[in-house]
Design a protein around this ligand. Structure first.
Ligand code: IMP
Length: 196
C-alpha cells in the first residue's frame, strides 16, 4: 500500500503531534520540519499560510503543508485572530482573560487555514470550531490558548481533553480531515511517496 509523505512546517511539537494523529487513518505520514514560518502581517490566516508555504517550498522543494491558526473573540471584534501568535507571546491567555473581565459575551472561534503545496497543486483547507472563552484556565493538556477555550456542546476545555478528543472536535481536525479526503478523492498524491 502506498503511503503519502508530507512535510509539516512548524516549530510547534504539539501541532505536529495533533496533525500526525489526525492523518494516521488516511495513510499520510507527516514529517516535522522545524523551519521558522515566514509570517507576513495580513488579516487573513489563508494568506499567511499560503505565503509561508510558498517560501518553505522554495527551500525544500518537497510536498509540504503549513497550518496557520488563530483565535477570534467575538466581543473583541475578532481579535487576536491573525495576531494570535504575537498576542500569546506577549500577554498570553491570561491577557485575553483580562480583556474579557466583566464581559458577558464569551463567544469565540478557533480557525485553521491549512496550505498544501505539491506542484502543480496549491490548495487551502479551512476548519473552524466555535465555543466560549472560560472565566478561568482549566486543564493542563494541549498548548497555546487551549486552557481557556471550551468548544460548543462540551463541558471541557481543549486542555482538559485527550489529543484524540480534541482532534475530533477541533478546528485543526476539521481542516486536516478536509485535506486528507480531498487528496484521497482526487487521487492526487504528492510525488514523494513511500512504500509502507
Ligand atoms: P500559529 O498557527 O502557530 O501561528 O498559532 C497562533 C497562536 O495560536 C499561537 O500562539 C498558538 O499557540 C495558538 N494556537 C494555535 N493552534 C492552537 C490550538 O489548537 N489550541 C490553542 N492555541 C492554539
Amino acid at each position: 500500500m502506498v503511503k503519502t509523505k508530507l512535510f509539516l512546517i512548524t516549530k510547534n511539537k504539539n501541532k505536529y503531534q495533533e496533525a500526525s494523529l489526525i492523518l494516521k487513518p488516511y495513510r499520510i505520514s507527516l514529517e516535522q520540519k522545524p523551519l521558522s514560518k515566514e509570517e507576513i502581517q495580513a488579516e487573513s490566516l489563508e494568506k499567511i499560510a499560503l505565503h509561508a508555504a510558498r517560501k518553505a517550498y522554495v527551500l525544500l522543494r518537497r510536498p509540504l503543508i503549513v497550518d496557520d491558526s488563530g483565535l477570534f473573540v467575538e466581543a473583541l471584534r475578532g481579535f487576536p485572530g491573525p495576531y494570535s501568535s504575537y498576542v500569546y507571546k506577549t500577554i498570553g491567555y491570561e491577557g485575553i482573560l483580562d480583556l474579557l473581565d466583566d464581559v458577558e459575551n464569551r463567544r469565540a472561534c478557533f480557525k485553521t487555514a491549512l496550505a498544501l503545496i505539491s506542484p502543480p497543486l496549491e490548495k487551502l483547507f479551512v476548519g473552524e470550531t466555535c465555543g466560549v472563552i472560560t472565566r478561568k484556565p482549566m486543564g493542563s493538556g494541549g498548548f497555546g490558548f487551549d486552557p481557556i477555550f471550551m468548544p460548543e456542546g462540551y463541558s471541557k476545555t481543549y486542555a482538559q481533553m485527550t489529543t484524540t478528543e480534541k482532534n475530533a472536535v477541533s478546528h485543526r481536525g476539521k481542516a486536516f480531515r478536509l485535506m486528507a479526503s480531498w487528496l484521497a478523492r482526487r487521487r492526487v498524491y504528492p510525488s514523494n511517496r513511500i512504500r509502507g
